[in-house]
Design a protein. Structure first.
Length: 70
């Protein structure tokens, strides 16, 4: 004889399996949409840009003078 609790387990599986399949398809759709938009084209560029130091001195104006409004 089957226990009555097993009926509740089967009823929840009828909901959870299609829901999990829908979530997987949604995650795949988001991933491929990001791939098509170029989200993952340049993974090393931003990391290398932060390492390039710009120590050039700008001769335009003194830094304190550039903050003064005219």
């Amino acid at each position: 004889m089957i226990a009555p609790e097993s009926d509740h387990v089967m009823e929840s599986l009828y909901l959870l399996i299609p829901l999990s399949v829908a979530i997987v398809f949604f995650a795949l759709w988001v991933f491929f949409k990001a791939m098509d938009s170029g989200q993952f084209d340049d993974l090393e560029g931003p990391g290398m840009r932060i390492l390039q130091d710009d120590d050039r001195v700008h001769d335009d104006a003194h830094p304190s003078e550039s903050n003064i409004k005219k």
